[in-house]
Ligand binder design. Structure first.
Ligand code: NPQ
Ligand code: MG
Length: 369
């Protein structure tokens, strides 16, 4: 494939409501869009990094820089021999920077699939036309406010609720939501690393609420701690931040550190590694679900395609566009009986809307390939 130009476009989109997690509050989403132009197609992807290194060590300014000065030059050295399948191995000598590698690989894959008329779903091996949607609900100022928010999402049709938790906002909100909405609703929690093993007895107080899972209670590098916690609580442990590769997934499963995995392509370097995690987990009988990073329609489209693979058996954080944005950068993803439709057009299968894009653009940088 011959790439002619790569555009890095910093955009900023207001969120419909602030999103608070144990690591901070976001009122807008800022990201860098990568547009890869070839002779016959253009590929799009969005970087999952945030302005500050709080979810992970990656952050947007560093991402732009590593893409421009370290990643793109290595891809340029491949010349016309470049394919999406060669991106990860070519970038392997650069340590870390998975989100930066992911956005490049994804934009290149989108261009490649558009050139050949294949959709992400077909390419990755999706077996479903629609995928069940969950929603991630931020930490709120009061239980009443939380109950109103959850009620609204359930009325929209979301099939699973994930509550963000932290010390001081855990047992009471979970109890209130469970009591108000009953035993049948699918409910889970995400701590984004806010606890330690010393909190095991406290976290065991969540056992009676029949949660689907508890996501990333402790530090990302604490696999042993998660394996120990798993023996002390009955809620299944799901890992997010800890899993940066298929090898990590195999290690965590073998250690007993998790029995479910949140697969986020951005966190693991792209959709090809994400699919390998899906496969490793499936081979171990470990279910997976698709995480989210507040993607616009660009990233959401590819996530929904991935979520169509057979071992994505739990509803993902693949929510409708209006969960986050009043105006998305693509035609909005909408809930149909709690499901999102897997796009079927070539590549990510959605078009970027030029006017919406213009309104949110902060800066544009072009790199001639
Ligand atoms: C998670 N996502 O599963 C993340 C974390 C997260 C949907 O819960 C701006 C950009 C704010 C990315 C907040 C969900 C964010 C973000 C939280 C990602 O852990
Ligand atoms: Mg998470």
């Amino acid at each position: 494939m011959k790439i002619e130009n790569i555009e890095l476009r910093r955009v900023r989109l207001p969120l419909v409501r602030p999103f608070r997690t144990s690591f901070g509050t976001a009122v807008e989403r800022e990201t860098t869009l990568v547009r890869v132009v070839t002779a016959n197609a253009e590929g799009w992807a969005e970087c999952a990094a945030e302005p500050d290194p709080l979810y992970s060590s990656e952050f947007l300014d560093a991402s732009d820089l590593v893409i421009r000065d370290h990643l793109i030059p290595r891809l340029q050295a491949l010349g016309n021999g470049l394919t999406a399948e060669k991106v990860a191995t070519t970038l392997e000598p650069v340590k870390g920077h998975f989100m930066s590698k992911a956005v490049l690989e994804t934009a290149i894959l989108d261009a490649q699939l558009k050139e050949t008329g294949v959709s992400f779903g077909q390419y990755l091996g999706a077996v479903h036309d629609t995928v069940p949607a969950g929603v991630s609900v931020g930490i709120m100022d009061s239980i009443d406010e939380l109950l109103d928010a959850v009620e609204g999402y359930l009325a929209e049709g979301y099939l699973r609720i994930k509550l963000k938790i932290e010390p001081g906002w855990d047992i009471a909100p979970v109890r209130a939501v469970r009591e108000r909405f009953g035993p049948d609703m699918l409910l889970q929690v995400d701590a984004n690393t806010a606890y330690t093993l010393a909190d095991a007895r406290h976290l065991a107080l969540l056992d009676p609420f029949d949660l689907l899972l508890m996501e990333q209670p402790m530090k990302e590098d604490d696999l042993m701690g998660h394996a120990n916690l798993a023996k002390l609580i009955s809620t299944p442990i799901c890992l997010d931040e800890s899993i940066e590769s298929a090898r990590d997934a195999a290690t965590a499963i073998t250690l007993g550190a998790c029995s479910i995995i949140n697969v986020k392509p951005a966190r693991v370097g792209g959709y090809l590694e994400a699919r390998r995690i899906h496969d490793v987990a499936a081979a171990h009988g470990v279910p997976v679900w698709c995480g989210g990073m507040l993607e616009t329609g660009i990233g959401r489209a590819a996530n929904v395609a991935l979520a169509g693979l057979p071992n994505f058996v739990l509803p993902g954080d693949t929510s409708a566009s209006n969960r986050y944005y009043a105006e998305d950068l693509t035609a909005p993803f909408v809930l149909e009986k709690g499901h999102l439709r897997v796009p079927t057009g070539p590549g990510i299968g959605v078009e970027v809307l030029p006017d919406a894009l213009k309104r949110v653009t902060v800066t544009t940088t072009n790199i001639t390939f």
